[in-house]
Design a protein around this ligand. Structure first.
Ligand code: ADP
Ligand code: MG
Length: 256
């Protein structure tokens, strides 16, 4: 059973067709890259998977389940965005634990979440504390748990954002150009770290980028998009060796 099944997915904003008849079946535990130039519809696609924007027509199945009408929380997904969106007033520990604490204290949603509250909630719940410790260890953040985000480097902050996505143990991770704000050296390092993480957690990833190198080095499968239309879906090697058309050949920079 495919973990993601895009069945004729289309998206319109008013008269503007942003995604046209998107078809793909993605097997479990792939690192799927959505690759294409700026404005081609990558983020929109990811937001539809996350449930952050509705699907105009077609059916989307995650783990075999039709999710068109499901809220983000009802889907087994976690996402990391380009901007880190960490809570500046909370420690790294509280930032990482936040999704778990929110899950457990659902009925307290109206209470403003202060650092102290999250901290107490973590200390009271050994499962939350253990999960935060495990994820922090994995991402080499153990020494920074008591700091505030502003006291971290760009790469560390990005790792906190990834850690926060990891605590919930979803079956699908969604990442929208998570490295585009980092400098070239850090980007190369973080690529390797995210690939290592993918190997370790054994889950499915959907990774949005406009960077061919990132797509070719990280992806196990790539969907090349242009103007909201799928140009090709295949492994990096298939796409490089046999680009479906001149757009793909040019964009990938393959010799064909
Ligand atoms: P990418 O992530 O590949 O750069 P996007 O998915 O952000 O592309 O955008 C694809 C197209 O959809 C663009 O033309 C963009 O202007 C349009 N678009 C995205 N979000 C909205 C929105 N909320 N309302 C109207 N148009 C939008
Ligand atoms: Mg985008």
């Amino acid at each position: 059973m495919p973990v993601i099944h895009f069945n004729g997915i289309s998206k319109r904003f008013g008269d503007n067709v942003v995604i046209r008849e998107f078809e793909a079946e993605v097997p479990d535990q792939e690192f799927l890259v959505l690759l294409g130039p700026s404005g081609c519809g990558k983020s929109t696609m990811l937001r539809m998977i996350a449930g952050l924007t509705d699907i105009t027509s077609g059916e989307l199945r995650l783990d075999g389940e039709l999710v068109n009408e499901k809220t983000p929380k009802q889907r087994n997904v976690a996402f990391v965005f380009q901007s880190y969106a960490l809570y500046p007033h909370m420690s790294v520990r509280a930032n990482i634990a936040f999704p778990l604490v929110m899950d457990r204290f659902r009925w307290w949603h109206h209470i403003p979440f202060v650092n102290g509250f999250v901290k107490r909630a973590i200390m009271r719940d050994p499962q939350v504390a253990a999960k935060v410790a495990e994820v922090a260890e994995m991402l080499e953040l153990t020494d920074y748990l008591d700091r505030r985000p502003r006291a971290l480097s760009g790469g560390q902050r990005q790792r906190v954002a990834v850690a926060r996505a990891l605590v919930r143990e979803p079956s699908i991770y969604l990442l929208d150009e998570p490295l585009s704000n980092l400098d070239a050296k850090l980007r190369t390092q973080m690529r390797a770290e995210i690939s290592a993480l993918y190997q370790r957690v054994g889950k499915s990833f959907v990774y949005v980028t406009h960077d061919q190198v990132e797509a070719m080095t990280m992806g196990t499968k790539i969907i090349v998009l242009n103007g909201g239309v799928v140009q090709q879906y295949g492994t990096p090697k298939e796409i490089y060796d046999r680009p479906a058309n001149t757009f793909v050949a040019r964009f990938i920079g393959s010799p064909a």
